[in-house]
Design a protein around this ligand. Structure first.
Ligand SMILES: [Zn+2]
Ligand SMILES: [Zn+2]
Length: 356
C-alpha cells in the first residue's frame, strides 16, 4: 500500500547560492523533480509537490541566537566575504535562501503532524553543520534542529530521533542537542575529514548522556559494511529509544563517486537505508518521518539517490532499475575492521541500550 508523500520545494531555494565555483549546488532539487516527472511519480496521486514557506524570526530563534540571525541578514545584504572561516560565502540573498529552506522542513512537520501526508521530503533541508550562533560547512541555519524543536513546541512531541547518513559528521545538530535526552542524534560519517569530530565516545553529556550516537567510518566503506553497522547499532538503538518522530538527514555524499567524502555507498545501499528507516517509522512513530537532503557533490548521483528515496518512501510500484548504479560489489561480508569496530561501539553503548 503506497503512502502519501510530500516533496517540499520553493523557487527561492535557489537563493541559497554560494557562487558557480562552489561545490554546493542549489539546484539539485530541480533535477529530482525532473526525474520524478519522467517517472510519472506525481501522476500516481501519492506524491505531491508542496510549497515551502519562509520561517519566521521566532521559529529561527528556536535554535539560533538573535545576534547570529541579524549577522547573517546583514552579511547577506552586503553580499561579500564569508559567514564562517571560508567555506560558506555570504552572497546576496543567502539569508532568504536559508530561511525558506528552514521553512520547508517546518512545512514537512506540519504535514506529518496534521496527518495530511504520511511522509515528507525537503530536498533542500539537512543543513547539519550550522550552530546556534555560527555558520559552518555550507550550512547557515540548522533546519533539522529547528524542525525538531518546532515539533516539540507546537505539537507536544517529546522524543525525536535524528538519523544522519551524510558523509560528514552532523556536528551542528549534535552540539545543539548534546545535553538533551529528548532528541536522539545518530550520525554515520567518514571519520578524519571535515569537521573532524564524531568519534564513538562522543555520547552526549549531563541529562543528554547516551543520546548522541556516532558511527565513525573509514575511507571506502561499502554497502555491506555500512549496512552491517546500520543494522547492528542504529536499528536496535532507535527501537529501544522509541521516537515519536524520525528525521532522516539523507545527505548523498556517502556515495562512492562523491568528490569530497570518500565513502563507498551505492544507490542500492542508500535504498536499503531508506527502506529500513521507512519501516522503523511505521513501527515506532506512526509513519511520521521527515527526510531532508544534505550534502551530495556529484549532482546527478545525488538526484538519483534522492529520487529513488522518494519512490521507495511512497512505496510506489515504479521500475527504478535505470536509476541505480551499474556497479555491483563482490564483497559478501563486512570487513574485519567494521566487525571489530561495531563490537567496540556496541560494548561502549551497552550501558545506555540494553538491547544492543
Ligand atoms: Zn510508508
Ligand atoms: Zn556532507
Amino acid at each position: 500500500m503506497p503512502c502519501k508523500t510530500a516533496v517540499i520545494v520553493h523557487d527561492d531555494y535557489l537563493k541559497y547560492d554560494f557562487g558557480p565555483w562552489h561545490p554546493f549546488k542549489p539546484y539539485r532539487w530541480r533535477l529530482v523533480l525532473e526525474i520524478l516527472e519522467k517517472k510519472k511519480v506525481f501522476e500516481t496521486g501519492y506524491v505531491e509537490r508542496i510549497s515551502a514557506r519562509y520561517a519566521t524570526l521566532e521559529e529561527l530563534m528556536l535554535v539560533h541566537t538573535p545576534e547570529y540571525i541579524e549577522y547573517v541578514k546583514r552579511m547577506s545584504e552586503r553580499g561579500e566575504g564569508f559567514l564562517d572561516y571560508g567555506d560558506t560565502p555570504a552572497r546576496k540573498g543567502v539569508f532568504e535562501g536559508a530561511v525558506v529552506r528552514v521553512g520547508g522542513s517546518l512545512v514537512g512537520i506540519d504535514l506529518l503532524m496534521n496527518n495530511v501526508y504520511k511522509h515528507a521530503f525537503n530536498p533542500c533541508g539537512g543543513l547539519h553543520h550550522a550552530r546556534e550562533d555560527a555558520a559552518a560547512g555550507f550550512c547557515v541555519f540548522n533546519d533539522i534542529a529547528i524542525a525538531a524543536r518546532y515539533a516539540q513546541k507546537r505539537y507536544n512531541i517529546r522524543k525525536i530521533a535524528i538519523i544522519d547518513v551524510d558523509g560528514h559528521h552532523g556536528d551542528g545538530t549534535q552540539n545543539i542537542f548534546y545535553e538533551d535526552p529528548d532528541v536522539l542524534t545518530i550520525s554515520l560519517h567518514r571519520y578524519g575529514i571535515y569537521p573532524g569530530t564524531g568519534w564513538y565516545t562522543e555520547v552526549g553529556s549531563g541529562a543528554g548522556e547516551g543520546f548522541s550516537i556516532n558511527i565513525p567510518l573509514p575511507e571506502g566503506v561499502d554497502d555491506i559494511s555500512y549496512l552491517y553497522m546500520f543494522n547492528n547499532i542504529v536499528v536496535p538503538v532507535v527501537r529501544e529509544y522509541k521516537p515519536e518522530l524520525i528525521i532522516l538527514q539523507y545527505g548523498a555524499d556517502s556515495h562512492y563517486e562523491d568528490p569530497l567524502v570518500g565513502l563507498g555507498l551505492t544507490t542500492r545501499g542508500y535504498q536499503e537505508i531508506m527502506d529500513t528507516v521507512h519501516q522503523l517509522s511505521h513501527e515506532l512513530s506512526s509513519g511520521r518521518i521527515l527526510v531532508t537532503g544534505g550534502g551530495g557533490y556529484n549532482v546527478n548521483n545525488t538526484a538519483r539517490i534522492w529520487s529513488i528515496g522518494v519512490i521507495r518512501l511512497a512505496g510506489l510500484d515504479i521500475d527504478i532499475e535505470d536509476l541505480h548504479d551499474k556497479v555491483v560489489y563482490v564483497r559478501e561480508s563486512p570487513s574485519q575492521y567494521i566487525i571489530d569496530l561495531a563490537e567496540k561501539i556496541r560494548s561502549y553503548l551497552k550501558k545506555y541500550y540494553k538491547d544492543l
